[in-house]
Design a protein around this ligand. Structure first.
Ligand code: AMP
Length: 182
């Protein structure tokens, strides 16, 4: 699906820093900030994210707080569409739709402004990393309950070993640029 040059994908893969035991023991955290430091890598990352969705009829990108904003805004610019911030509870100033979702311990809540998507919109959800997929699945519910269609999901990094994509709709278009097996 992704016809992006293999050499660029390898450079991006090499730039992701794995930080063991952050933010808690047992987690291998994928730190994408080294990509942001390098304008060539950053441009390649945005182009690779955009590639599978150039003809997908996307009308807006919905980026998930906070690291979904890092590349999501540039992805929206690249596809020439608007950007919707999906934020944690209590951060957005106006009327919101909200979605509660389960975490390993307890629940969390995400919100989106009520005018951020309208019927007929075709929304691409973006986050930097898909781990278990719970966050992206909740974002999809939020978008669908607001009456919009889903164009798919876009991630810079996919953690294959957590099988997060299984939590997303089986017919969804899922773009992930870099896949990690550990
Ligand atoms: P998920 O388990 O897919 O719901 O991931 C929850 C959120 O935490 C997502 O926004 C991911 O970007 C982030 N996340 C989870 N695991 C990692 C990880 N190993 N490295 C970096 N970010 C992570």
């Amino acid at each position: 699906m992704n016809s992006f040059p293999e050499a660029s994908v390898q450079s991006l893969h090499d730039a992701v820093r794995t930080v063991q035991d952050f933010p808690q023991p047992g987690i291998a955290f994928k730190d994408v900030t080294p990509i942001l430091l390098d304008p060539v890598l950053f441009r390649q990352a945005v182009e690779a994210l955009a590639e599978p969705f150039r003809n997908a009829g996307v009308t807006r990108i919905a980026g998930i707080e906070a690291r979904g904003f890092l590349f999501g805004l540039s992805l929206a610019r690249e596809l020439d569409v608007g950007f919707v911030p999906i934020r944690k509870q209590g951060k957005l100033p106006w009327r919101t739709y909200r979605m509660e979702y389960d975490l390993e311990y307890g629940t969390d809540c995400m919100e989106m402004h009520m005018d951020a998507v309208v019927e007929g919109d075709c929304i691409l959800i973006h986050d930097d990393v898909i781990a278990t997929g719970g966050t992206a699945a909740a974002a999809a519910k939020l978008i669908q309950e607001a009456g919009a269609e889903l164009a798919g999901f876009s991630f810079l990094v996919e953690l294959n070993y957590l099988s997060g994509r299984k939590r997303l709709a089986s017919d969804a278009l899922i773009g992930s640029v870099l896949r990690f097996d550990e």
